[in-house]
Design a protein. Structure first.
Length: 570
């Protein structure tokens, strides 16, 4: 691999290290790996040599000045490397050059020509492209004339460089210097410092690239791990704010909480802080986020720093969450570790490495407040900030639970509230001799959300949030809420009863009024009938009178008068 500046690079195969160095170690040049005892120098060199054969087809030679070849084979076997097979296949040669000071007699001038011959033979036998010189400083203890030895070692390094061999030299760290014998003076192209320190009874391994001539590289200290997966470095300090912004909403697993946000749910890739006092339900809410992701067919990762995985699975069954089936299906992975088991940097390295391996869509850290006792506040904040940036860069939704120490605590010990996209505050309120849970949605960036307090209930059917019930003294919860609801129900019953009584009274009055109207109408109808009869009687009487007058007139012979009467009657 060649960088843009033309410096040839040989990948080491060490996860993270090649990214820091933009390709690996300088090809055809010696590199110095120094550090104190137990920091991982030999494992770094072994990994570089074995990965060269396995991944790039470059045979190598391992020259050890202290450990026996069989010990080296057994040591790297614990990392999953089958060095013995590579030796049998003549892809790697091991040379053990041990010089016992008691067996050395210095007479006049001397040189290391014998070392050159053995090394050249091993290189030619396997056609080596890579060479490891492990703890070459052991030679200095066998000879009393360091000037001659320094000159010979310088000649050895020049010889390796002339042959174009990519070489790793390991050396013990000196007092006030990188190495005891000043080897950094000879190997000036690339110098790597490994450090193994213990603070507060917690050990931490860190790597720093002191010098890398001719190319850009990371200069900070970086944590590295040595475990069954080998030697790995995570360039966590290089993380930035170039994450992708998502418009998609994801469910929290609690429909009532999603309903508090316009559109329902938080944005994918958000960082959500769930803080609250002990027993408020933080872990339960976080578990609902993880279960909701699994129900969508996505992966979720749960980092627990207080509970074992089986304990968390058992506890969540009381809420109707069967996390065990998601774990068995491979969609949910638990990582349960005590905060004091690693240093902060080691926790950071483990978390980032496991997330990269599992590739989840939701990550839960429960609780982040557990780290406040493991380091300085600024160190904890820096660690968690890098986790937040890492998750955002990968579009992963992060759920961070935090233990608050008081009911009125609106900040976090780690100072992360301002970095979070969402903040859910959960409290226990003591009212009338009982504790009741309350939930506040303090923050939900980029969306309208409810500002009302909700009573938080947990049952075998999961989590539910009751709508706010406002009394004269504020929001009511628990027994006070039930008592107020009962009082309101009684008042409603009384109101409905009174309303029914009034309705019946009005109906009775309506019936009485209707009866009175009917009686008046009957009386009026009777009077109308009597009036009509009277009118008809008067008309008949008038006709009869006229008829009688006509008869009388005719009987007297007055015809003309009778006609006038008849005309009048008509």
């Amino acid at each position: 691999m060649t960088s843009q500046l033309g410096i040839g690079k040989s990948p080491t195969g060490i996860q993270g290290f090649d990214e820091l160095t933009l390709g690996g170690l300088p090809t055809g040049r010696p590199s110095l790996v120094c550090g104190s005892a137990g920091c991982g120098k030999t494992l770094f060199a072994s990994t570089f040599l074995i990965n060269g054969v396995r991944d790039h087809g470059e045979p190598g030679v391992f020259v050890t000045f202290e450990e026996r070849p069989e010990d080296i084979v057994n040591n790297v076997a614990s990392l999953g490397f089958e060095l013995d097979k590579l030796i049998e296949e003549e892809k790697i040669a091991i040379e053990h050059i041990a010089v016992d000071p008691s067996e050395v007699a210095e007479i006049g001038d001397y040189d290391l020509e014998g070392l050159f011959l053995r090394l050249e033979l091993a290189i030619d036998t396997v056609g080596a492209k890579r060479v490891v010189l492990d703890t070459i400083e052991s030679l200095f203890s066998a000879f009393s004339n360091p000037a001659i030895l320094r000159a010979e070692i310088r000649r050895l390094f020049d010889w390796l460089k002339e042959r174009g061999l990519t070489t790793v030299i390991t050396a013990e760290r000196g007092d006030g210097a990188l190495t005891r014998q000043g080897l950094e003076e000879y190997v000036s192209d690339c110098v790597i410092l490994l450090d193994h320190r213990v603070e507060n009874q917690i050990s931490t391994r860190r790597l720093r690239i002191v010098k890398y001539r001719g190319t850009a590289h990371g200069t900070n200290e970086y944590p590295f791990l040595i475990d069954t997966d080998g030697f790995s470095v995570l360039p966590v300090s290089a993380l930035g704010l170039l994450h992708q912004v998502h418009e998609e909403r994801i469910a929290s697993g609690v429909p009532d909480l999603d309903a508090m946000m316009a559109g329902g749910g938080f944005f994918r890739g958000s960082s959500i802080l769930v803080s609250g006092v002990a027993g408020a339900g933080k872990s339960s809410l976080a578990a609902h986020f993880a279960a909701a992701a699994c129900a969508r067919g996505e992966r979720a990762m749960y980092f627990s720093f207080e509970e074992a995985a089986d304990q968390a699975v058992r506890n969540m069954r009381s809420l109707g969450l069967d996390l065990g089936r998601w774990r068995d299906a491979g969609l949910l992975r638990f990582m349960a570790t005590r905060p004091t088991f690693y240093s902060l940097e080691m926790h950071l390295a483990v978390i980032l490495r496991e997330v990269m391996r599992f590739e989840p869509s939701v990550v839960v850290l429960d609780p982040i407040s557990a780290f406040t006792e493991s380091g300085d506040r600024l160190e904890v904040q820096s660690m968690l900030l890098r986790i937040v940036d890492f998750l955002k860069n990968r579009g992963i939704t992060g759920i961070f639970t935090h233990l608050a120490h008081s009911q009125n605590e609106a900040t976090t010990d780690a100072g992360l509230s301002s970095l979070m996209d969402g903040w859910v505050l959960m409290l226990n309120r003591e009212v009338n001799g009982e504790f009741n849970r309350e939930l506040y949605l303090l923050k939900a960036r980029g969306m309208a959300h409810s500002n009302q307090v909700r009573e938080f209930l947990m049952s075998d059917r999961g989590i539910s949030l009751l709508p706010p019930h406002l009394g004269e003294g504020g929001a009511l919860t628990g027994t006070a809420r039930k008592a107020e609801e009962a009082r309101l129900r009684r008042a409603e019953i009384e109101r409905q009863t009174e309303l029914g009584r009034l309705q019946q009274q009005i109906e009775q009055r309506r019936r009485r009024a209707r009866a009175q109207i009917e009686a008046l109408e009957a009386e009026l109808q009777a009077e109308e009938i009597a009036l009509k009869a009277l009118v008809e009687s008067e008309s008949a009487h008038e006709r009869q009178r006229l008829a009688d007058a006509d008869t009388l007139a005719r009987s007297r012979g007055n015809e003309r008068f009778a006609d006038l009467l008849m005309n009048k009657g008509e």
